[in-house]
Design a binder for this molecule. Structure first.
Ligand code: M6R
Length: 616
């Protein structure tokens, strides 16, 4: 949730760290801070609010040192105050620490440390951890050939229960950083005469494209000219250096007002990237390189289980519908956060999937681990290369859509829908989906980017509608079959970025309760494309209209609705059922985006949210 950056080299650390923090601000924006070693002490600047506030504060501190650590916070323990902002410094002034995660046994540590005379200026678990490192550091003897700071951090972490990604700076070790992870991502950036550590590639890609993904239980020592990795039990680790495939411009807004806007309009290209090389030569099915499961093994599978959170769960729900419809196989879908504690009975020959843009969502990761513990093979659909979920899954499919920075997921969502549809095709072709049906579906999927381009042409029209509806406080999103999850997604998008209360429902279910909300003050967005139950959706619209509810109808181009039924009409191009959820997502994304802009909301950094949720 929080953003972490550490730098050791020859440049002014604070400048580079603050630049990195700006790119990580989407991870948390309650407060930000930086600590730099200079002139024999650790100088700290920190401030509640955005990184821009920190930048002003840092200017006052004249931070010139070349080793430092920085952090953007999404509050867990303790309110949003300057004192609770990271970095924290131990009460003896010798250790500074930034931390992402939660230390569960911080209360007993605090009691122990208070008994030893340590004092605390904040309410955070991080400050407790920092003081425990200082305690061990003070006790640890200096032994030739060993690193006292590294040993003290190791000792401390052996006592820590919970999750952490940390970076430590010591007052008497200029030019050194110690970093360690368990349950929170950390990436080392290997530069030329400088090294970095960050919670996300976006923070370091302007300095280097050579990275090492730290694993759980590993600890690293960084200096300007070297880095070494070992485990908490002191086993040396041989690092694997990976190359990041995207560049800094992928993580910048360019001419767009918001990352969300950029990412919405990037979707045609994102879909092209997600499908590249993934259709068979005969053009009748999909193919995936990283599933790590043979077609023969796949044929033994009798059912599928999908787990995810938020938007990714909505993508799983569409995939459930499509695998059942096109491959005629049973699928179950669950909130990852519920699955992990529900102890639900799983059938043998079940193949487990998790979906996660970030690959770091703690609930999804826990569901993956729970399924593996029960002996199931788990595959992941995931965007961030090298993420924890990607590494712990038995195999999977990368989304290949580049960094998604906007907190509200858009291009990651439609690429998950695409991969879900390709899975339905792949599984269907192993069963009784004919060659001809397969070819037709492949052609439909290949046409998705152009259909999305066409749907995006409605943007100015949708913007005008958004202006007329932005003052509302409640809204319903209604859809059926594979568009029911798109209705859920439309409601989620609107809620999270515009703070309008919104609910998604299967259109026909609305009369069993939610219709009580309908009045001229509560508009309904109907996803009403042509199809076998179009007439049923029209009936639901009539029921809303009879109660004076305003209707925004998303319909297939060329559809003639009964006069006066809809107040607003948005069209999408006619398309095959397999791509319909992708195409129908575009108007709900645009509508939510433009309503939020109209309301003056901070679209890319909605209140209380963070891009990836790495705490329970
Ligand atoms: O990184 P993940 O896909 O695992 O994230 C899951 C959810 O936290 C995420 O989709 C969230 O719901 C988004 N803010 C929705 O726009």
């Amino acid at each position: 949730m929080c953003g972490i950056v550490g730098y050791v080299g020859k440049q002014k650390a604070a400048t580079l760290i603050i630049e990195g923090l700006k790119r990580l601000e989407y991870r948390g924006y309650d407060s930000a801070g930086v600590a730099v070693w200079q002139n024999g002490h650790i100088e700290v600047a920190k401030k509640t609010g955005r990184v821009a506030n920190l930048e002003k504060e840092a200017a006052r501190h004249k931070l010139t040192g070349t080793t430092g650590i920085g952090h953007t916070r999404w509050a867990t323990h303790g309110g949003v105050t300057d004192a609770n902002a990271h970095p924290h410094v131990s009460s003896d002034g010798r250790i500074a620490l930034i931390h992402n995660g939660v230390i569960e046994n911080y209360a007993s540590m605090k009691k122990f440390l208070a008994g030893k005379g340590y004092t605390f200026a904040s309410e955070t678990d991080t400050e407790v951890l920092c003081n425990l490192i200082a305690y061990h550091y003070a006790k640890e003897p200096e032994v030739a050939g060993e690193n006292r700071l590294l040993d003290s951090v190791r000792k401390t972490l052996r006592h820590a229960h919970g999750t952490y990604g940390i970076v430590v700076l010591a007052v008497d070790r200029p030019g050194e950083l110690v970093t360690a992870r368990k349950g929170s991502p950390l990436i080392l950036g290997i530069g030329d005469g400088e090294n970095l550590v960050a919670s996300d590639v976006a923070a370091i890609v302007s300095r280097t494209q050579s990275v090492v993904y730290l694993k759980d239980g590993e600890i690293a020592l960084l200096t300007a000219g070297s880095f070494s990795i070992s485990t908490l039990d002191e086993t040396d680790v041989t690092p694997v250096i990976d190359k990041v495939t995207w560049s800094i411009s992928d993580a910048e807004k360019g001419d767009y007002a918001h990352f969300m806007e950029k990412e919405i309009f990037e979707q045609p290209v994102a879909l092209e990237n997600a499908m590249r090389g993934r259709f068979s030569e005969d053009g009748s099915t999909a193919q995936f390189g990283g599933l790590n499961i043979t077609p023969a093994e796949f044929r033994q599978i009798e059912r599928f289980m999908f787990c995810a959170c938020g938007t990714a769960l909505h993508a799983c729900m569409v995939t459930e519908h499509q695998i059942e419809r096109f491959a005629r196989m049973p699928v179950e879908c669950d909130y990852a956060s519920e699955f992990r504690y529900r102890n639900s009975p799983l059938f043998p020959n079940t193949l487990f999937f998790v979906m996660s843009q970030s690959g770091e969502t703690i609930d999804t990761l826990a569901a993956l681990r729970e399924a593996k513990r029960k002996g199931y093979k788990v595959l992941a659909v995931n965007n961030v290369v090298g993420s924890t979920i990607a590494r712990e899954a038995d195999g999977g499919i990368y989304q290949h859509v580049g960094p998604e920075v906007g907190v509200a997921s858009t291009k990651a969502f439609t690429s998950q829908l695409l991969i879900g549809a390709m899975l339905a095709l792949y599984i269907g072709r192993m069963r009784d989906l004919s060659f001809g049906a397969g070819v037709r579906m492949v052609n439909a999927l290949k046409g998705a980017p152009d259909l999305v381009r066409k749907a995006l042409e409605q943007a100015p029209h949708i913007r005008a509608i958004a202006k007329r509806y932005a003052h509302h406080t409640d809204m319903l999103f209604l859809g059926r079959l594979s568009l029911y999850p798109i209705a859920l997604e439309g409601a989620l998008k609107l809620k999270e970025i515009s703070y309008i209360h919104a609910e998604g429902y299967p259109a026909a279910e609305m009369k069993h309760g939610p219709i009580a909300l309908v009045s001229e003050k509560c508009p309904s967005v109907f996803l009403a494309p042509q199809g076998e139950i179009f007439s049923k959706i029209l009936s639901s619209m009539q029921e809303i209209k009879a109660r004076k509810g305003p209707i925004i109808a998303v319909v297939t181009e060329g559809t003639e609705l009964p006069a006066g039924l809809a107040d607003e009409i948005i069209t999408i191009p006619a398309c095959e059922e397999i791509v319909l959820p992708i195409v129908a997502s575009i108007p709900v994304q645009l509508l939510s985006y433009y309503i939020a802009v109209e309301r003056g909301c901070d679209v890319d950094k909605p209140r209380n949210l963070a891009k990836s949720v790495t705490v329970e």
